[in-house]
Ligand binder design. Structure first.
Ligand SMILES: [Zn+2]
Length: 335
């Protein structure tokens, strides 16, 4: 049913073969306000030269599973200013595409794209545009805060914690514990260098914590470059009671109080404090209710959660829904 509705709306989602299987994520084909067919890649790796050229590669944020590392070399790519900075720092080369400020609009051809914060990482952005027939397409990437997102006809979104039958897809944040432990003396927190580390520093500063925070080099560079009012950040050779390092570095740190900031249930090496860059399944369903789409396309992550959430949205009669993996892959060879 989802594919039929997409056909009626004049939108064709495609997943394309690459040399080594299927390219991640998808591309959307639609007619723009002048009736010209346009192709937007959504968090995908660039097409090969043998394929048709899309009009744009939309990058929602700088996490590696959204493939900005590969798309950043293309002049057709679009990302927020902060996402471009994060990609530069993470991969040590320059973002070649166009940038925008989240909250502002820009044009691709005659198509006006509006952008919205999603609260997932610094610079993470959702994209909204209209087709020839006035159909509103909203692409979110990963989402932490859905309330500023607009209504739409097609919602293209994530299902990281999208399985309603899995107890690990329900969680509460534990920010109180985090702040208490941080205020209690020498401690080290494991947090991914891009995303979670900036969230942790921001929470500490917002709570009034003014002491120096020690970070390993990559986290330090990213946080200094991306987070306004990040306060006194120092390296690990300097004096600081609170340290934040990537989780894989925790084992090499000689501090007895070690925690990891995560809502993932598969992390058992150190005690976890529940802080997430995502919403749980209740948040995902609330976002769909908020955006009121006719059809939802769950495009991320790999695995069965997109399909599980699609089935749930259908059974709850919230909207038609399909998972990207249900779309048969095609080739996009030039004619
Ligand atoms: Zn992400």
């Amino acid at each position: 049913m989802g594919m039929e509705i997409l056909r009626r709306l004049g939108i064709t989602p495609r997943r394309v073969f690459s040399g080594r299987g299927v390219k991640p994520h998808l591309s959307l084909f639609f007619n723009d306000v002048d009736g010209i067919e346009r192709i937007f890649g959504i968090d995908t790796t660039p097409f090969s030269k043998k394929m048709v050229e899309p009009d744009s590669y939309l990058i929602t944020h700088a996490h590696s599973d959204h493939y900005g590392k590969y798309a950043m070399s293309s002049k057709l790519s679009v990302a927020s200013e902060e996402t471009a900075i994060a990609l530069d720092l993470l991969h040590g080369r320059e973002f070649k595409g166009a940038t925008f400020r989240v909250g502002e609009s820009f044009l691709i051809g005659e198509t006006e794209i509006s952008t919205f914060h999603t609260g997932h990482t610094i610079g993470s952005s959702a994209y909204l545009w209209e087709t020839e027939c006035g159909v509103r397409i909203l692409v979110t990437g990963d989402v932490k805060e859905y309330r500023v997102l607009p209504s739409c006809d097609l919602l293209v979104t994530e299902a990281n914690y999208g399985d309603p039958s899995d107890s690990t897809c329900y969680f509460e944040e534990n920010s109180k514990d985090f702040l208490e432990i941080a205020g209690g003396g020498e401690v080290v927190f494991g947090a991914y260098a891009f995303g979670k580390a900036q969230r942790a520093v921001k929470m500490l500063r917002n709570s009034g914590f003014e002491d120096p925070i020690g970070m390993s080099q990559k986290s330090l560079n990213l946080t200094r470059s991306l987070l306004k009012e990040s306060g006194n950040l120092v390296g690990l050779s300097d004096d600081a009671d609170v340290w934040i390092v990537p989780p894989h570095e925790l084992s090499g740190i000689e501090r007895s109080n070690r925690f990891v900031l995560t809502c993932r249930s598969d992390y058992h090496y150190y005690p976890a404090i529940h802080l997430s860059d995502h919403m749980d399944v209740r948040g995902l369903v609330a976002m769909v209710k908020h955006c009121q789409p006719e059809v939802t396309l769950l495009y991320h992550p790999r695995g069965d959660r997109p399909k599980k959430l699609a089935d749930h949205l259908l059974s709850e009669e919230l909207c038609a829904a399909i998972a990207a993996e249900e779309i048969p892959p095609t080739t996009l060879s030039k004619k």
